[in-house]
Design a protein around this ligand. Structure first.
Ligand code: FCB
Length: 479
């Protein structure tokens, strides 16, 4: 396809020398070894054992057994030519009860990981919180409790003091939207609470944890590391010609509830107004916004698809096609009248619509809102039902998805966005939260019986992109 074509299937486009090509995972989704070397239980260990929470009753007990296959996985990363690896640290390995003394055996695992990355020339991007809250902290109230943010700062300081001579980039939180609204609002994620007020209190304490965490890290880190947070943005489309209010509401709850305090030092007035029947926001104490509003080096952007919304008219059956498992509660406190309308395909195996234009639009819009702030795509990728045939996985759809989204990212770069890199989700097939092992996002296939790894065609395609720094022709390219 010629450059600028609307289907985004471009190739040959080159990325700058400094652009960081990598791949991402998260602790609970890949590590397994759930009770080894002093690891304490997390909310996902508890939640996944509750009947009906996870498809097939799957748990992360073994997952990809990455904890025991670290060297093999590091070699895989090297074979792919990754320049960076975005992983998360399991808080309950470092502080098994969420506070108090440090479990040095847990630290040793991540220390080996970081050293193994550096030995292979791969930059470590460490996320401190990708959803595995130590269970004792949940027992004490979890994210709706203010104290959890202070415990997070202690944990950040402990791990920063131990790995802060080697980690290239620190990310405080991954997708606090999911932690707050799926964890405490809809109940689809651990700990499975369904309370709008709890969800909004969690939003604030996660924001506070970010700010305190950045400060704690900076106080102990000895190299010139970068600091960031990763958000999942809702890119909104109008479901009808009166959708403006629905779009504004969801933008406030999903996006500006985090960018407001983190990047501007304030909660948006319309968010407070829209949610005033749910909470009075008294959990925001004087001085909190200054603590949250810390300088960061870039903003991490996770993007998979768009969302189409409109206001429910109360007559037709209400649609809730928001891409997440229905667990009874609402992830939209105060805006339950907003409908999430089924969107046009094509879709991935998650049922998420494929819309690379949404990525370009999101990056450009963030750049316009925060012109001084560099961006990095910290997750993008797709689940499809893969088959292994004769030792290969011909995942045409995933390769095509990646080609189109890398093209979108390149277009954003050409439009002046300061985009620093791209971490493909995911390095390995893994435990996809409420969907267990039924959804495969990896560019490397994992056989859950033998735990054998097989690089998929998309992985080989990505390796070529990294090697040549130009988007390779894809399986659906027209010429
Ligand atoms: C994101 C999560 C990640 C993974 C992808 C598919 O919301 O951060 O762990 O589950 O979705």
């Amino acid at each position: 396809m010629i450059s600028g074509s609307p289907d985004y299937r471009d190739h040959g486009l080159e990325f700058p020398e400094t652009f960081l090509f990598g791949s991402a995972t998260a602790s609970y989704q890949i590590e397994g070894a759930y009770d080894e070397d002093g690891r304490g239980p997390s909310i996902w260990d508890t939640f996944s054992r509750e009947p009906g929470r996870i498809v097939n009753g799957d748990t992360g007990d073994v997952a990809d057994d990455h904890y025991h296959r670290l060297d093999e996985d590091l070699d895989l990363m090297q074979r792919l030519g990754l320049e960076s690896y975005r992983f998360s640290i399991a808080w309950p390995r470092i502080m098994p009860t969420g506070s108090g003394s440090v479990n040095e055996k847990g630290v040793a695992f991540y220390s080996r990981l970081v050293d193994g990355l550096l030995a292979r020339g791969i930059r470590p991007i460490a996320t401190l919180y990708h959803w595995d809250l130590p269970q004792p902290l949940e027992d004490a109230g979890g994210w709706p409790q203010r104290d959890t943010a202070s415990r997070f700062a202690d944990y950040a300081e402990a791990i920063g003091a131990r790995l802060g001579d080697r980690v290239h980039t620190w990310t405080t939180l991954n997708e606090p939207w999911c932690s707050a609204y799926l964890g405490y609002g809809s109940g689809a994620h651990a700990p499975g609470v369904t309370s709008g007020r709890a969800a909004l209190a969690a939003v604030h304490h996660l924001n506070l944890a970010h700010g305190l965490g950045v400060q704690a890290l900076r106080s102990v880190v000895s190299n010139d590391a970068q600091y960031s947070a990763t958000l999942n943005f809702h890119v909104l489309r109008p479901g009808d010609d009166t959708a403006d209010d629905a779009m504004r509401r969801i933008d406030a709850l999903a996006n500006r509830a985090f960018t407001g305090p983190m990047l501007r030092g304030e909660y948006p007035a319309d968010l407070l107004e829209d949610t005033s029947k749910v909470t009075d926001w008294q959990f925001v104490r004087p001085g909190d916004l200054e603590q949250i509003h810390q300088p960061i080096d870039f903003l991490g952007v996770n993007y998979y698809s768009t969302a189409t919304v409109r206001t429910w008219d109360g007559r037709r059956p209400r649609q809730t096609a928001d891409g997440h498992k229905d667990a009874g509660g609402s992830p939209w406190p105060g805006s339950e009248m907003v409908e999430f309308v089924q969107q046009a395909g094509p879709y991935t195996a998650m049922g998420w619509n494929i819309a690379p234009d949404g990525l370009e639009e999101l990056l450009v819009s963030l750049h316009e809102q925060f012109p001084e702030l560099p961006l990095m795509v910290t997750e993008n990728g797709a689940a499809f039902d893969d088959q292994v045939t004769d030792g290969a996985v011909h995942d045409v759809e995933r390769t095509d998805y990646l080609q189109r989204h890398f093209t979108a990212a390149h277009r954003a770069l050409q439009r002046g966005v300061d985009l620093r890199g791209y971490q493909v989700w995911s390095l390995l097939d893994n435990f996809e939260w409420a969907y267990g092992y039924t959804k495969r996002f990896g560019i490397v296939h994992v056989d859950y019986r033998t735990l054998e790894r097989t690089i998929k065609d998309s992985g080989h395609w990505y390796a070529e992109l990294i090697r040549t720094r130009a988007i390779p022709r894809g399986p659906k390219s027209q010429r």
